[in-house]
Design a protein around this ligand. Structure first.
Ligand code: PLP
Length: 474
């Protein structure tokens, strides 16, 4: 054994203790470190790979010096960019133990990991109001979940048309139409990966002033299509958290043949609260459902789940026949169900947080985040120079500058704010905008007040700089 490996093995308990202390310090400092540190954008000169190196303690020291100060407070309570959850204490420990046990949980030849994943999927299915008709598998994120769901949809189209896409390729299908109101960008990416092409995605008009699809327009599009289609329904859009009417869309299947995929990446969590569960009524009727776990379940990256009613088609797409893996059978091993063959015991972090806090614990996170978003929305309305672009439907606040809302001025506002709170830019209703998404279990009322105060101060800086601008040529 190499000298440094042997030395680290010898001192393993002490080294893990040092790493634990480093984690405690990092988490303890989350509230105080700039949400986006200034150093983050400054490139650090790359170090060459060493031939002879000096072990874990030296690596910890160098990480602490060169990289840790540049990391964002992405796990913290005022990181409102994208839709970014944190990691609950139980989820974090689950993730540590995932790496500790280092299982490749994909086959019944070494089955415990698969059993744990199935138990966790069962809990998640219940959490989101799905029935046992939906089977589920863990994947790395909602993009991958959408990709797997649409791959199963592609196989279903083949079944309808009497061709076997998994065997004969996508050319056998001809032109495919994927209809959606306000599809997430990852859907186009998935269609590119799947060989269906980004232009297969056909935008269906939304209801006036909304991101939810106009179901009458969707019906017209289905009536105009010759042959079976795929419909991607959206349960929680990233700009304004709007929801398609899933029941009305599912009812259209009585008249038109289509595969119903629902992108409920974070919107599925509305099902946890009796105040919001109506938003996802009908989710159980979907043929495939995408739910992210590294967002609102607050497990560390990377984790999502893919549900489907047609595991048989899923196995047709993803089966990995090899002598040493055994037959696919009626209860396929995980190796036959996703793009990955080997994968970590990704379910463990979700198992831990669900076991530790249960349904009520996770409901509390959802409801507190929604209350936080509403409070920040009210604060935005009260700040001179800002205006909301949409009502706060769930956990996202989408707003812009009242005057001259250019991308540059909004970027300046976000940057002025970024030590205190991190928001990301978007475009909504034809206007450049900013959005604050709430999905971290640590976010409290005090964080909302702190963010509102910082936003008010930053807006004053931006608008006064604008008012005092010297006109060109003066
Ligand atoms: C975040 C998100 C995705 C993509 O998720 P990743 O986890 O980044 O792959 C897809 N759809 C919706 C609605 C999302 O919010």
């Amino acid at each position: 054994m190499h000298r440094e490996l042997a030395a680290d093995l010898d001192q393993l308990p002490a080294l893990l203790e040092e790493a634990r202390q480093r984690a405690v310090d990092f988490l303890g400092g989350l509230d105080d470190r700039p949400v986006i540190p200034e150093e983050a954008g400054r490139p650090t000169p790359s170090e060459p790979l060493r031939e002879d190196a000096d072990g874990l303690r030296a690596a910890l020291a160098e990480f602490g010096e060169r990289w840790e100060p540049r990391l964002s407070a992405g796990a913290g309570p005022r990181y409102f960019g994208f839709v970014t959850g944190g990691a609950t204490p139980a989820a974090l420990v689950g993730d540590w133990l995932t790496a500790t046990a280092d299982q490749n949980s994909n086959s019944s030849l070494d089955p415990a990991g698969q059993h744990l994943e199935r138990e966790t999927v069962g809990w998640l299915r219940e959490l989101f109001g799905l029935s046992p008709a939906h089977s589920g598998t863990f994947v790395s994120g909602a993009t991958q979940s959408n990709t797997v769901g649409l791959a199963i949809a592609r196989e279903w189209l083949g079944e309808r048309l009497g061709v076997d896409v998994a065997e004969d390729g996508v050319a056998a299908l001809g032109r495919v139409r994927v209809l959606s109101g306000s599809a997430h960008s990852s859907v186009a990416k998935a269609l590119s990966v799947l060989g269906l092409g980004r232009t297969a995605l056909t935008a269906v008009p939304a209801l006036p002033g909304r991101e939810a699809v106009d179901v009458a327009a969707l019906e017209r599009a289905l009536a105009g299509a010759d042959g079976p289609c795929v419909v991607v329904a959206n349960a929680g859009t990233v700009n304004t958290v709007d929801f398609d009417d899933l029941r009305a869309i599912a009812a259209l299947r009585e008249r038109y043949p289509f595969w119903l995929h629902v992108d409920a990446a974070f919107g599925a969590f509305a099902a946890l609260s009796p105040h919001h569960t109506e938003l996802v009524a009908g989710l159980d009727r979907a043929d495939s459902v995408c739910v992210d776990l590294h967002k609102w379940l607050n497990v560390p990256y990377d984790s999502a789940v893919q549900f489907t009613r047609r595991r048989d088609l899923q196995a047709r797409v993803f089966q990995n026949a090899a002598a040493y893996l055994g037959p696919v059978g009626d209860h396929p091993d995980l190796v036959h169900l996703t793009p990955e063959n080997s994968h970590r015991l990704r379910a463990l972090a979700a198992w831990f947080t669900l076991r530790a806090y249960g349904r009520a614990g996770h409901r509390e996170i959802v409801e507190r985040n929604v209350a936080g978003a509403r409070a920040l929305g009210a604060a935005v309305e009260a700040i001179d120079g800002l205006r909301l672009l949409a009502p706060v439907r769930l956990n996202v606040v989408c707003f812009t500058l009242t005057e001259d809302p250019t991308p540059e001025r909004l970027a300046a506002l976000a940057s002025e704010l970024s030590a205190e709170a991190f928001l990301t830019p978007t475009r909504y209703a034809g206007l450049p905008a900013l959005r604050a998404a709430f999905s971290n279990w640590r976010t409290t009322e005090a964080d909302v007040r702190r963010t509102a105060a910082a936003l008010s101060a930053a807006t004053a800086v931006i608008t006064s700089a604008h008012a005092g601008r010297t006109p060109p040529g003066a």
